[in-house]
Design a protein around this ligand. Structure first.
Ligand code: G6Q
Length: 553
C-alpha cells in the first residue's frame, strides 16, 4: 500500500506549505500586477479567477505535480472510455456519454451506448413537445399545467436545481413541483396547489424501490384515483423514469411512458439522463439540450486542456491545498444569483456523497482528510448571516463566489448592488484591514484616542481568506450545464488524488435499510426495550403520544 502522505509530490507540498503559510495575499497582489492574468482561466464565457488564493507559482507547480503523480489524466481517460472505475459496484461511470453531443461511440461491455442515449433523448423530446403543446391531455381533455416530480436524492436535487435556476426559460402557465420527503407534509402541501385533471406525475427513481419515493408515489396515486374515480386515468397522468423498467410497469405505468436510463449513470450524476425529464417538460427540450451542450463543452475542456489551464483540475487542487495542508474542514459555495439559491444543496450531495469516504480504493483506511463539508447560501443573504465567521472566525473557510455579469432581471440598480457586494466581499476577505487602516478610519469618524483603544482589536481583520470567483455572462442553460459539469469533474479529480471511489455511496444504502426494524416497532402500543436506552426512550415517547388520543393535544 502506498501512503499518499509519504509520496514525493505530497511531501514537497508539505515542506512548501511551511515556507509559504504566512505569506499574505495582500503582499502577493502588491508585488505582482499580473497576478490576475497569471491565475485565471476561462472556457467560453465563463471566467475563473483564482488569484485570491494563498498560492505562489511554486505552489501551483507542486499541486500540478500532485495531480500528475495521482494519474488524473489516466483516470479521466478510463472514465471517458467506459472502464469499470466504480469498483465497489462493478460499474462504468458514464454521465459524460449522456451529454456527448459529438456522438462519438462510447463503449460499455463492447456495446456503443450512444444509440440508446439518443433514443431516450428522442423519447423525451417527443413526450415533452406533446405535453407542452397541449397535444398530450389529461384524462378529461384538460391541458397539463402542473408537473410533480416524485423522487429523492439524485432523483430530485439535480432536476430541481436546474428548474429553479432556469425559471426565465420556463413555459408560461406550466409549474414544476418537486416532492421528496417522507414527511407527508411535502406531498400534501404540494397537492393543495394543483388539480388532478391538469397534473402530470413523474415517478423518478433509479432503483424504483426507494422507500420515500414509493411511499409518495402510492399516496399520490391514491389521491388522484380518489378524486377522479377512474383507475384508467392513471396512464394519462403518471410517467416514470427508472433503470428498473419492470418495477415501473408493475406500479401501473404504461410501458410507453417509462423513460429508461442505465446503471452506469450514478444517482447524483443523473440529471443529464431521463431523470432530467422535468427539465425537458418545464424548459423545453431545446433548453435541455443546451444544458447538455454546456456540460459537453466542459467535458471536452476537461479532456483536452492541459492540467495547468484546466478549470476543474485547478479548483480540485486548490481544494486539496486547503483541505489537506491548511486543515480547512469545509468549503462554502456563494452564488450571487437568486436563481442559483439551491446550488449549495445540490453541490452538497455531489461532493459529500462522492468524497465523504474513509476507505481508499485498495480497501485501506486513509490517514488524511478527504471530502470537505460543503455549505453555502446565495448572496447577498449570506452576508447578513454567517459571513462574520468568514471574516473574523477562527476556522479557515475557502469559498467559491459565482456571479453573472448580466442579470435576467435588469431592474434599476439591483444588479450593480449585487455585483459590487460580491466583489467587495472577496476583496475584503483577501485584504483584511490593518491596524493602521482601522485607526485612520476611526479617527476620520471623529473618535478619540481612548474610544479607539477600547475597540481597535475588534476592528482589525486578518484577511488572507481565499476565494475563487466564477463569473459568466448570463445564467443560461448552456452556462449552467458547464458550471455543473465543472463541479462534477472537480469532485472526480479530488477523489482520484485521495485515492477513493467517488461513485459509490454505501452510507446512503445503509440508511435505506436502517429504518425497517424501527418501523415495525412502531406498529403496536407495547413499549420496546431491545434497543439502546436512547432509541427505546424515543420510540416509547412516540407510542405514548400516538396510541393514546388523550395525549394528542
Ligand atoms: C445518489 C444516491 C442517492 C439516490 C437516492 C434515490 O447518488 O445514490 O441520493 O439518488 O437515494 O435513489 P433512487 O433513484 O434509486 O430512488
Amino acid at each position: 500500500m502506498i501512503d499518499l502522505t509519504q509520496t514525493p509530490a505530497w511531501t514537497a507540498l508539505k515542506s512548501h506549505y511551511d515556507e509559504v503559510k504566512d505569506l499574505h495575499m495582500r503582499d502577493m497582489f502588491a508585488e505582482d500586477e499580473q497576478r490576475f492574468e497569471g491565475f485565471s482561466a476561462h472556457l467560453g464565457d465563463i471566467l475563473l479567477d483564482y488569484s485570491k488564493n494563498r498560492i505562489t507559482e511554486e505552489t501551483f507547480r507542486l499541486l500540478m505535480d500532485l495531480a500528475r503523480q495521482a494519474g488524473v489524466e489516466r483516470w479521466r481517460d478510463k472514465m471517458y472510455s467506459g472502464e469499470v472505475i466504480n469498483s465497489t459496484e462493478g460499474r462504468s461511470v458514464l454521465h459524460v456519454a449522456l451529454r456527448n453531443r459529438s456522438n462519438t461511440p462510447v463503449m460499455v461491455d463492447g456495446e456503443d451506448v450512444m444509440p440508446k442515449v439518443n433514443a431516450v433523448l428522442a423519447h423525451m423530446r417527443d413526450f415533452s413537445d406533446r405535453v407542452r403543446s397541449g397535444e398530450w391531455r389529461g384524462y378529461n381533455g384538460e391541458r397539463i399545467k402542473s408537473i410533480i416530480n416524485i423522487g429523492i436524492g439524485g432523483s430530485d436535487l439535480g432536476p430541481k436545481v436546474v428548474c429553479e435556476s432556469m425559471k426565465p426559460y420556463a413555459q408560461r402557465g406550466l409549474k414544476a413541483y418537486f416532492v421528496s420527503n417522507a414527511d407527508a407534509t411535502h406531498l400534501v402541501e404540494t397537492l393543495k396547489m394543483v388539480e388532478p385533471e391538469s397534473t402530470l406525475f413523474i415517478i423518478s427513481s433509479k432503483s424504483f424501490t426507494t422507500q420515500e419515493t414509493m411511499l409518495n408515489a402510492h399516496s399520490a396515486r391514491k389521491w388522484f384515483v380518489d378524486l377522479v374515480g377512474n383507475e384508467k386515468a392513471i396512464s394519462s397522468h403518471f410517467v416514470a423514469v427508472s433503470t428498473n423498467v419492470e418495477a415501473a410497469k408493475k406500479f401501473g405505468i404504461d410501458p410507453a411512458n417509462v423513460f429508461e436510463f442505465w446503471d452506469w449513470v450514478g444517482g447524483r450524476y443523473s440529471l443529464w439522463s431521463a431523470i432530467g425529464l422535468p427539465i425537458a417538460l418545464y424548459l423545453g427540450m431545446d433548453h435541455f439540450e443546451a444544458l447538455l451542450e454546456g456540460a459537453h463543452q466542459m467535458d471536452r475542456h476537461f479532456y483536452e486542456t492541459p492540467l495547468e489551464k484546466n478549470m476543474p483540475v485547478i479548483l480540485a487542487l486548490l481544494g486539496i491545498w486547503y483541505n489537506n495542508f491548511f486543515d480547512a474542514q469545509s468549503h462554502a459555495i456563494m452564488p450571487y444569483s437568486q436563481y442559483l439559491e439551491r446550488l449549495p444543496a445540490y453541490l452538497q450531495q455531489l461532493d459529500m456523497e462522492s468524497n465523504g469516504k474513509t476507505i481508499d480504493r485498495t480497501g485501506n483506511r486513509v490517514n488524511y482528510l478527504t471530502g470537505p463539508i460543503i455549505w453555502g447560501e446565495s448572496g447577498t443573504n449570506g452576508q447578513h448571516a454567517f459571513f462574520q465567521l468568514l471574516h473574523q472566525g477562527t476556522k479557515p473557510v475557502p469559498s467559491d463566489f459565482l456571479i453573472p455579469a448580466l442579470s435576467q432581471n435588469p431592474l434599476g440598480m439591483h444588479h450593480r448592488v449585487l455585483f459590487s457586494n460580491c466583489l467587495a466581499q472577496t476583496r475584503a476577505l483577501m485584504l483584511g484591514k490593518k491596524y493602521t487602516e482601522a485607526v485612520a478610519e476611526m479617527k476620520a469618524q471623529g473618535m478619540g484616542h481612548e474610544q479607539i483603544e477600547d475597540v481597535i482589536a475588534h476592528k482589525v481583520f486578518d484577511g488572507n481568506k481565499p476565494s475563487n470567483t466564477i463569473i459568466f455572462k448570463k445564467l443560461s442553460p448552456r452556462t449552467l450545464g458547464s458550471i455543473l459539469a465543472m463541479y462534477e469533474h472537480k469532485v472526480f479529480v479530488q477523489g482520484i488524488i485521495w485515492n477513493i471511489n467517488s461513485f459509490d455511496q454505501w452510507g446512503v444504502e445503509y440508511g435505506k435499510v436502517l429504518a425497517g426494524q424501527i418501523q415495525e416497532d412502531l406498529a403496536d402500543p407495547v413499549d420496546v426495550s431491545h434497543h439502546d436506552s436512547s432509541t427505546n426512550g424515543l420510540i416509547n415517547y412516540r407510542k405514548w403520544v400516538y396510541f393514546d388520543p388523550l395525549n394528542h393535544e
